[in-house]
Structures are given as structure tokens and as C-alpha cells.
Ligand binder design. Structure first.
Ligand SMILES: NC(=O)c1ccc[n+]([C@@H]2O[C@H](COP(=O)([O-])OP(=O)(O)OC[C@H]3O[C@@H](n4cnc5c(N)ncnc54)[C@H](O)[C@@H]3O)[C@@H](O)[C@H]2O)c1
Length: 459
């Protein structure tokens, strides 16, 4: 392994990245920027064609970064796994979704590992970055690779290093987000640490692959449980007639022992709604029930239906029903300033409203078309006239480009699930805010009789 360590230190190693999505492409670019030669491998021919035309499909990766890396021969993209024959390191960044029965689907990891095994050679470092259940690296990847006859820690190294990228985050990126590494042996951990420390500012070794896998699941379970807790708090505030955001913001002034989380229309993305199920699934197989995970999933899963009730409540003010009402959704990506709609709660909210007979449109500056069941919707403009044409507008994702004052000014009725209308008190009578309580809303309804937004007549 000494030869590999020297190559890593001198940055003349060749690094392969398997899976060039939200995680793999930024990682590949960061490794290339450190001077390594990088081979990007993906099954998706469209992505490879895009990259070879020096185009980007990930908002956080500028086209110039790709163009420069290709021109300087620091990056090449291919669908051909034979390129692994010349790779000194291999980072696996493939998806880890849930199956239809909501069990872990690790088929992508297994198929990538089979390809790696075909080209495995002495002096290689293999790192799994995909989020998965504790034990995957040790129990599945290691035996498959050792079936080649080569030995881990002696002939080649295997480690797990969870990806922590936060798409759309302007402050933290691959380089400045500390990276956890855990190897099968101490040599594996040290080799992985050496590799990542070439292009990541801070690398934290842990004692095993299982510990590194568990770190990632703690981080994402922590978020899921806290969001579930605060979503339940929003429902409690609804009952009590207290504004949940005022409560959270006041609690957040405590300088220790409190971290603010905010309610919303539900969980989305490829991580928080999925990863805790990987942990719960593994524990279930060991006869242990992960109760917090189950409860958080239940509460977070209720939120789209809570939003549809808010819409019904709002329309009710005007003696209208969801059926036949023109409803515009603002923001369908799972979080602000990204285009990723995977698991987005907007899809559930829209499906529920459609089932109830709403006439739906949406706007999202990052998502030009959206598949909803059998229909394909196109993002509409959000001119004041277009907004005013609708009976109700719902803010589901608070993209930075939205001018919420202008939106609320034009809307007849606005359901706000992100506290985007904070500070727009003068329009409170046409706003229904998640967690602001029926008592708060009823007061607004009462006042609303005296200050009706223009143009909403009953059906
Ligand atoms: N998206 C995030 O914010 C994020 C953050 C941290 C961790 N993760 C984890 O990282 C992993 C990857 O997530 P992502 O969001 O980048 O997924 P993605 O779907 O954006 O990208 C995965 C890529 O892998 C390719 N692929 C699938 N199977 C392949 C195979 N056998 N060989 C080669 N390529 C293959 C797909 O075509 C796709 O381009 C997941 O485990 C996810 O949980 C994601």
C-alpha cells in the first residue's frame, strides 16, 4: 500500500468516481481541482454525453469547472467500467433508495461492487460514500471484493466515508465540510484519511466502517426526528392558538442547549425521508424497534394532508371547496434553491388536492416540467395577474427568488407552509400559516370580514 500512499501524497494517483449525481459530480470536481486525474463513471448515457459536451446538470457545479477539468485532462467521463483498471482509488456514489415495500434497495451498491471486483488490483483504495445501513461495507462489499483472492488491508483498502453534501448551500461544499472516514483495518482508515485530506479541509477518522455508517444515520435521523417533533409542535400550536414561529424564534435566543428546527409541508429529498428507514430496517432484523424513527416518519408523513386541510380551511372562508378551485403551488423542489423533486412533499400535497378536485398549476424557477401521476404540468409564470387568477396560492418551497410581498399582494388567499410571509402583517387576513392555530386563524377570519382581499366570490 506504500506505493498508493506515495501517489496520494504526490497527487499523481488516478481517482474513479462511480455515480455522477448530486454527490458524485461535485466530489469528482473537487478531486480533480486538487490535481488528481479523475475518471467519472455513470450508467446514465445522457449524463455522460452532457459532461463530455462540458455541460452541467447539477446547479452547484458550474459548467466552467467541468470545462476546465476536461481541457486540462484532469477529468474524463465514461459509461465503461473497464476504466477502473487504471484507477488507484474508487469512490462509490450510487443511489440508495427504498424499495416499494420501503426496505433498503442496495442493488445499486451491489452492482457497482461487482464491476469494481472485475478490475480490482493491488494497491487500490475502494470507498463507499452512499448512505446505507451499518454493516454494509463490512458484510457485503468486503467479502465480494475479497472473493477476488486479494486481501483487505494488505493488497487493497476498503473504507466507508459518508457524503454530507448539502445541495444549494452557499457556505458549505465538499471541500469545507468535514469528512468522516472509517476503514475495515487501520491501514484502510489511514489510506482513506490520506486520500480525502488532499482535497477536504478536515478529515475525521473513526474506528470502523460500521461507526462511519452509523454517524451518517445519526445525522439524518437527528434531522428527521427534530423536524417530526417541530411539526408536531406546529400541530400543538394550532390547537393552542399560538404562533409556532414566534415560539421557536424566542426559544432560539437561548444561547445553549437548543437548536431551532422549523415545521413544513413534509420531508423531501434523497436523504432525510429515506436514510432513517435503513437504520430501522437493520435494527428490526436484530429484533430492535427504532421507535423515534417510526414516530417521526408518521408525523412528517401527515404534513401534506395537514396542508390540504389548511387549503380547505382557507377556501371555506369564501364558501368555496377544493373541488373546482384554481390552486397554484409555489415551489415543488424538496427544498429552496435546488431543482431536486425526489420525495418532495409538494408531490403529495398536489396529489391530495388533485384527488379532491382542485384545478392545479405550479411555479418553480428550477423545475420547468413536473410529472404528477399521468399528467405532465408546466411551470407557469407568477405575474400578479396570473396569481390573482387563482383562488388559492400555496407556498411549499421558499425559493430565494420569490418576492413574497408581491405574491401576497396579488393573492386572494395564501397558504404559507414556510413562514415566508413573516413581517407581512398588513396582509394577515389573506394568509393561512401552518402552525398559526385555528384560534389565530379564526381571529383573522373574523377580521377578514372587514378586510376581504379583492375578487374572491363564492362558487
Ligand atoms: N443528494 C444529497 O443531498 C445527498 C447527500 C448526502 C448523501 N447522499 C447519498 O449519496 C448517494 C448518492 O445520492 P445522489 O443524490 O448523488 O444520487 P443521484 O441519483 O443524484 O446520483 C446517483 C448516480 O449514480 C448513477 N448510478 C446508479 N447506479 C450506478 C451504477 N451501478 N454504476 C454507475 N452509476 C450508477 C445514476 O445514474 C446517478 O447518476 C445516496 O446514497 C444518497 O443517500 C445524497
Amino acid at each position: 500500500m506504500n506505493e498508493l500512499k506515495a501517489k496520494l501524497q504526490n497527487r499523481n494517483a488516478t481517482a474513479a468516481v462511480i455515480g455522477l449525481g448530486y454527490v458524485g459530480l461535485p466530489l469528482a470536481m473537487e478531486i480533480a481541482a486538487a490535481g488528481f486525474k479523475v475518471i467519472g463513471i455513470d450508467l446514465d448515457e445522457n449524463k455522460i454525453a452532457f459532461l463530455n459536451q462540458r455541460k452541467s446538470y447539477i446547479l452547484d457545479v458550474p459548467e466552467k469547472t467541468i470545462a476546465d477539468a476536461i481541457s486540462e485532462r484532469r477529468f474524463a467521463a465514461t459509461t465503461n467500467f473497464a476504466a477502473l483498471a487504471e484507477a488507484d482509488t474508487v469512490s462509490i456514489c450510487v443511489p440508495t433508495p427504498l424499495s416499494k415495500s420501503r426496505d433498503p434497495d442496495i442493488s445499486y451498491i451491489l452492482s457497482a461492487t461487482e464491476e469494481i471486483r472485475k478490475y480490482l488490483h493491488k494497491g487500490q483504495l475502494i470507498v463507499l460514500e452512499s448512505t446505507t445501513y451499518p454493516g454494509t461495507t463490512d458484510e457485503l462489499i468486503a467479502p465480494e471484493l475479497e472473493s477476488s483472492g486479494l486481501r483487505i488491508g494488505k493488497d487493497f483498502c476498503v473504507a466507508f466515508s459518508p457524503e454530507r453534501i448539502d445541495p444549494g448551500n452557499a457556505k458549505f461544499n465538499t471541500r469545507n465540510t468535514p469528512k468522516i472516514v472509517g476503514g475495515i483495518t487501520d491501514t484502510c482508515t489511514e489510506t482513506a484519511r490520506l486520500f480525502y485530506s488532499q482535497f477536504i479541509e478536515r478529515v475525521i477518522p473513526v474506528s470502523s466502517t460500521k461507526c462511519a455508517e452509523m454517524v451518517k444515520l445519526l445525522e439524518n435521523t437527528f434531522r428527521s426526528v427534530n423536524i417530526g417533533m417541530v411539526n408536531e409542535l406546529a400541530l400543538m400550536c394550532d390547537v393552542l392558538g399560538v404562533d409556532v414561529y414566534e415560539v421557536i424564534d424566542a426559544a432560539a435566543t437561548k444561547p445553549f442547549g437548543f437548536s431551532p428546527f422549523y415545521p413544513g409541508p413534509g420531508l423531501g429529498g434523497h436523504c432525510i425521508p429515506i436514510d432513517p428507514h435503513y437504520l430501522a430496517w437493520k435494527l428490526k432484523a436484530l429484533n430492535f424497534q427504532a421507535r423515534f424513527i417510526g414516530l417521526a416518519a408518521e408525523i412528517n408523513g401527515m404534513m401534506p394532508s395537514v396542508v390540504s386541510t389548511l387549503v380547505a380551511d382557507g377556501l371555506n372562508r369564501f364558501s368555496k371547496s377544493i373541488r373546482g378551485s384554481k390552486i397554484m403551488v409555489l415551489g415543488v423542489a424538496y427544498k429552496k434553491d435546488v431543482s431536486d423533486c425526489r420525495e418532495s412533499p409538494a408531490l403529495d400535497v398536489m396529489r391530495l388536492l388533485k384527488e379532491k378536485g382542485a384545478i392545479l398549476t405550479y411555479n418553480d424557477p428550477f423545475v420547468t416540467t413536473l410529472r404528477l401521476g399521468a399528467s405532465i404540468l408546466k411551470s407557469v409564470d407568477i405575474s400578479p395577474a396570473e396569481i390573482a387568477r387563482h383562488d388559492c396560492v400555496i407556498i411549499l418551497t421558499d425559493h430565494s427568488s420569490y418576492d413574497f410581498r408581491q405574491i401576497v399582494q396579488a393573492a386572494k388567499l395564501l397558504v404559507d407552509t414556510r413562514n415566508s410571509t413573516k413581517g407581512l402583517q398588513e396582509f394577515k387576513n389573506r394568509i393561512i400559516k401552518l402552525g398559526a392555530g385555528p384560534a389565530v386563524r379564526a381571529k383573522a377570519t373574523h377580521e377578514h370580514e372587514h378586510d376581504r382581499a379583492p375578487g374572491l366570490a363564492a362558487h
